[in-house]
Design a protein around this ligand. Sequence first.
Ligand SMILES: [Zn+2]
Length: 99
Amino acid sequence: MIGLILGIVILAIVVIALLLVGRAQSDGGFERIVRCRAGHLFTTTLVPGASLKAVRLWKVRFERCPVGGHWTIVAPVDVSTLTPDEIAAARSHHDIRVP
Ligand SMILES: [Zn+2]
């Protein structure tokens, strides 16, 4: 009985996560430009409370940089501090589309 309830709860969490990802991808609401420790700029999907591809410690994320091809700590960047060229470069590099 407990196993069944646990299964239903896990299924509900997975369905909600997939709905969040689908909505985020359709409106770009969770797309954020981040910078890795090596200074590479790229776009990632940040969903509050959900992260399958990155290890999150507080506000710091540890994930794979698609520009340098290395694992690194990434931090969100204030887009207003970037030049149009930097924004275009960051938008052209997107990690896997999973939060
Ligand atoms: Zn990098």
